[in-house]
Structures are given as structure tokens and as C-alpha cells.
Design a protein around this ligand. Structure first.
Ligand code: SF4
Length: 377
């Protein structure tokens, strides 16, 4: 989804402001920051848009970017194939579906001053598809109940709903670098109901700066997260466990802590990185803290001179020869050659056992097998 930098209630931040309405106004006061990942995402979107337009025989000049890579080429090609697949589905069920690329949408009927740009919309008299290309790898994005896509769907419905009597809305996330294609259907009626009963009141509250600060998983990308008092209070609740009572924690207490820890660690890291950046780059002094040089590792000043000096002294066994990493090899050969030449020589060992919440989508592994592996050696 293209960036919507100037809307106070940005659809891409909807998960946050729907859950914590006053965050919208406060976050708007923080100057926007860009990052390599964001710039890379913008470049990937521009390329995807170009390829899709060319596929549809529309005019478009290929964008030039310093972020272009083989991966970006492949991911944008895959995205275009996915859209093409959905377009074929639309053609199969309806006579004259329409496709809109990077479609600007007025979202203000539901979200005050709201606007945004949908990556791709396909509409027919039976169906509306809202397709969102995510180039990021950080968070796996699901389509189910995704408020960003639901808002775009409502925007598309108010623009096209009169002309097309579709009753099914499909929201799709295409996130190739996480091998994630997630689609979810909702009826037009249910979406409208969500828009009226949930979105509109929450958006009005957020727009007015009302509501209460409510910390949760949505804090992670909140611009004020490192300084937010409500979040700090919530995170510090973890320190309030009454450790005075039984000296040893019960299993339920450890399970409760496990559920809280990822959020706690992420908050602690954000506070640390905010304070470090302010101290190192902006001269901020935090009472009781100072900036020092970190631990340094020795390195060669001049590799050629080292080779010369060591060889002259009779040391010739001074080089390591290593295989290039697997992904670099795949890039070197190209996917097809890599498969033909090395396909049978590649294995994927089982991942390191990890403790995750029950809600995680991966199936559980048998820990008896793991124990056996350790004791058999
Ligand atoms: S950090 Fe969390 S609780 Fe604080 S304003 Fe942002 S979303 Fe709300």
C-alpha cells in the first residue's frame, strides 16, 4: 500500500488508532522519519505499479532506483502474476470486471479527512478485491480483520458500490519476502456494519484526540512508543509481580510472564535505542549516564601489506577459502540453474526448537524426538 503521509488517521496506522484513539494526534506531532526499509518499500511499490500498468497496456515509465535487486524483480513479477490470477477469477465469474492500479480513495465518509491509495482494486458485479503488496519482511501481515484493507474496501465501496452490486469483498495481502499470501472474504453487509459500528465512532474519537491511551501489540510502530507513559506503566506492571510471597514462581506465573516478555523486551529495546540515539547524535544528557567508546575488535589496517609482510616472513598458509553463502549462490546462478545444478545438494535442517504461544500457526513438534537427538550423540 502506498504511503499516506498526510492523513491524520492514516489507514496504515489504523490498527493502532482504532485500539488507542488518542495516539493519532500525539503521533502527528512527531516529525516523520524515513528508513532504508521504507525507501526500499516505496521503490518496490513503484516497480510493481509500473509492471502492472504495462501488463494492462497502460503507459508507464520504468522507475529507476538504487534499491533495484534481483529479489525486487522477482517479487514484483510474482505480485503482478498474483493480480493477473485474481483478474482471471473476476473475468470467469463476471462479464466486464475493472481493475484500478494505485487508486486514490476518498475515505472521509468514514474517517475524518481520510484518504489513501489502494495498490490494486478489481471490481465486478459480484466481487470486490482489494490487493495490497507488502514488500517488508518485519511483520507477517494477515488479511483477516485487517483494518487497513477494510478501510480501503469501504473507500472503494463508496466510490464504486453504486455501479457494482457486488456482495463479497476479498481482502488480499501479497507479501512475497515472507512467502505470505493471505486472503480473507467478508460480505459487503458485514463490512458496512463494521464501518458504521466500529470504524466511524473510533475514527471520530481519534480525530478529536479523545479516548484513553491503551497499550498493546499496536504500540510497536507508534512514533511515541519509547516515551509513552501508558506503555511504560503497562510494561512496568511486570515488575509488580509479588515476588515476596512464595520464593519460587508457580508454573502459571512463569507462563504469564512468558506471554508478557516479547512486548516487554521490544519496549525496553525501543526506550534504549531512543535514549542512545538522543545521547550520541543530539548531545542529550541523561542523568546518571554517559557515552563511552564500545568494545572494539582488532582488524588489519591494510590487507595487501599484511599479505606481503606475512609472506616475506615465510608464512604462506594464511588464506581461508570458503563457499559463498547459499542465497548468494542462488543469486549468482539464478533460481532455475541453482535448482538444476544444486537442487539435490541442498537440505533444510529442522529449525531450532522455539517456545511460542499456542496461537502461533506452526504445528507443535514432539519434544521427545528433540531430547533423543541430544542424548543419542
Ligand atoms: S505507545 Fe501505545 S499506548 Fe502509547 S500512544 Fe502509542 S499506541 Fe497508545
Amino acid at each position: 500500500m502506498a504511503a499516506t503521509n498526510h492523513a491524520l488517521l492514516s489507514p496504515s496506522a489504523a490498527h493502532r488508532w482504532l485500539n488507542c484513539p488518542p495516539s493519532a494526534k500525539l503521533a502527528a506531532q512527531v516529525p516523520g522519519k524515513t528508513s532504508v526499509a521504507a525507501e526500499e518499500g516505496t521503490a518496490a511499490h513503484a516497480l510493481a505499479e509500473h509492471k502492472l500498468k504495462r501488463l494492462l497496456r497502460r503507459r508507464s515509465n520504468r522507475p529507476v532506483s538504487s534499491y533495484d535487486t534481483d529479489t525486487m524483480e522477482e517479487c514484483t513479477d510474482d505480485y503482478v502474476s498474483f493480480v493477473q490470477e485474481k483478474l482471471e477469477e473476476a473475468k470467469a465469474e463476471s462479464k466486464d470486471p475493472k481493475i484500478f492500479v494505485e487508486q486514490h480513495l476518498n475515505l472521509s465518509p468514514a474517517v475524518p479527512d481520510g484518504f489513501g491509495t489502494a495498490d490494486c482494486l478489481i471490481v465486478s458485479d459480484k466481487h470486490l478485491w482489494v490487493i495490497d503488496f507488502k514488500y517488508g519482511t518485519g511483520v507477517l501481515v494477515e488479511a483477516e480483520n485487517n483494518p487497513q484493507l477494510m478501510i480501503y474496501a469501504l473507500g472503494a465501496m463508496s466510490a464504486l458500490g453504486q455501479l457494482y452490486p457486488f456482495d463479497t469483498v476479498s481482502l488480499c495481502i501479497f507479501q512475497p519476502r515472507r512467502e505470505n499470501v493471505s486472503c480473507w472474504d467478508i460480505s459487503r453487509k458485514d463490512l458496512e456494519e463494521w464501518g458504521n459500528k466500529v470504524l466511524k465512532p473510533k475514527a471520530a474519537l481519534a480525530f478529536s484526540g479523545g479516548g484513553s491511551f491503551t497499550p498493546g501489540s499496536w504500540c510497536e510502530f507508534c512514533p511515541i512508543a519509547p516515551k509513552c507513559r501508558a506503555r511504560a506503566i503497562k510494561q512496568l506492571q511486570i515488575a509488580k509481580y509479588d515476588f515476596k510471597l512464595p520464593p519460587v514462581l508457580k508454573d502459571e506465573e512463569i507462563a504469564n510472564l512468558l506471554a508478557e516478555l516479547p512486548d516487554f523486551v521490544s519496549w525496553a529495546n525501543q526506550v534504549l535505542s531512543y535514549a542512545t540515539e538522543a545521547a550520541i547524535h543530539h548531545g542529550k544528557h541523561w542523568p546518571g549516564f554517559k557515552v563511552v567508546a564500545g568494545r572494539a575488535v582488532r582488524k588489519y589496517k591494510d590487507q595487501d601489506a599484511v599479505i606481503k609482510a606475512a609472506t616475506a616472513a615465510g608464512y604462506t598458509d594464511i588464506f581461508d577459502k570458503k563457499l559463498i553463502p547459499l542465497t548468494a549462490m542462488e543469486k549468482l546462478m539464478g533460481k532455475d540453474n541453482f535448482k538444476t545444478i544444486l537442487g539435490t545438494l541442498i537440505v533444510k535442517p529442522a529449525g531450532k526448537p522455539t517456545l511460542v504461544p499456542e496461537s502461533d500457526k506452526r504445528p507443535p513438534i514432539n519434544t521427545d524426538d528433540v531430547k533423543k537427538e541430544f542424548t543419542e550423540e
